[in-house]
Design a protein around this ligand. Structure first.
Ligand SMILES: C[S@@+](CC[C@H](N)C(=O)[O-])C[C@H]1O[C@@H](n2cnc3c(N)ncnc32)[C@H](O)[C@@H]1O
Length: 215
């Protein structure tokens, strides 16, 4: 794994002065409250009133192969339930690049995952946000972004940009509460393939995970 450099793009790494002691523990109730506050402030950006449950987070992480080399990008990590599942799956914190819009969540993530790279910025501008930071193809992109709030063209652009940053066959993993896929399951141009998980009923609300790969 090469050293990660700070982004020179608009996204900013969280300053050390905002970081607390290592290993800040997760308190589920406090996280619920933080999330609800964030939802009241910016409902379309937060995209959910509650953080993902353990089962959903574990399902998302299960698509990442820890043996595949390269950084693992997480888009919209929020308070970090999926990040935690990735670490439990065996992804070293040093490999994680977390791109989060909400500065308060960024500060929290940096306390909880002190060896990960936390970037406060716009995940939809992933190319600029990660410019100069990723020196080898990534192993996976895990997204919890509320994609349905964006036009399809922008979702497709995000998928393509993420695939450009990754190894061939690396997964772009996305969860959704919706019945339909957030990015079409069938790609006429053949530039990606899609598969889906079973419904994760042990989540509020129940959700499904979609995985998009470039063949
Ligand atoms: C549905 S929440 C998921 C949070 C967490 N991953 C979870 O599963 O509980 C979506 C997250 O994406 C973040 N977000 C929304 N738009 C974003 C953007 N353009 N760039 C980066 N993060 C964004 C929100 O701040 C929020 O933390």
């Amino acid at each position: 794994m090469p050293p990660l450099r700070r982004s020179s793009a608009k996204a900013v790494a969280v300053p050390r002065s905002m970081r607390g002691p290592a290993g800040d523990r997760r308190d589920p109730l406090e996280d619920e409250a933080r999330f609800l506050r964030s939802w009241f402030e910016r409902p379309l950006v937060t995209g959910s009133v509650t953080p993902s449950g353990k089962m959903l987070a574990r399902t998302m992480a299960s698509y990442v192969d820890p043996r595949m080399s390269g950084p693992v990008i997480e888009l919209g990590p929020g308070t970090g339930p999926v990040t935690e599942a990735l670490v439990r799956r065996g992804i070293e914190q040093e490999r994680l690049i977390l791109v989060e819009f909400n500065p308060k969540f960024c500060a929290l993530l940096q306390r909880r995952f002190p060896r990960a790279t936390v970037l406060q910025g716009d995940a939809y501008r992933i190319r600029e946000t990660l410019k100069g930071l990723v020196e080898m193809p990534c192993a996976a992109t895990i997204s919890s972004l509320p994609l349905f709030t964006k036009p399809m063209e922008q979702r497709m652009e995000l998928l393509q940009s993420a695939h450009d940053l990754m190894q061939p066959d690396a997964p772009f993993v996305q969860f959704t509460y919706a019945v339909v896929p957030p990015i079409p399951a069938k790609c006429e141009a053949g530039s990606y393939t899609a598969s889906r998980s079973n419904k994760v009923w042990l989540n509020l609300p129940p959700a499904r995970v979609w995985v998009y790969r470039r063949p």
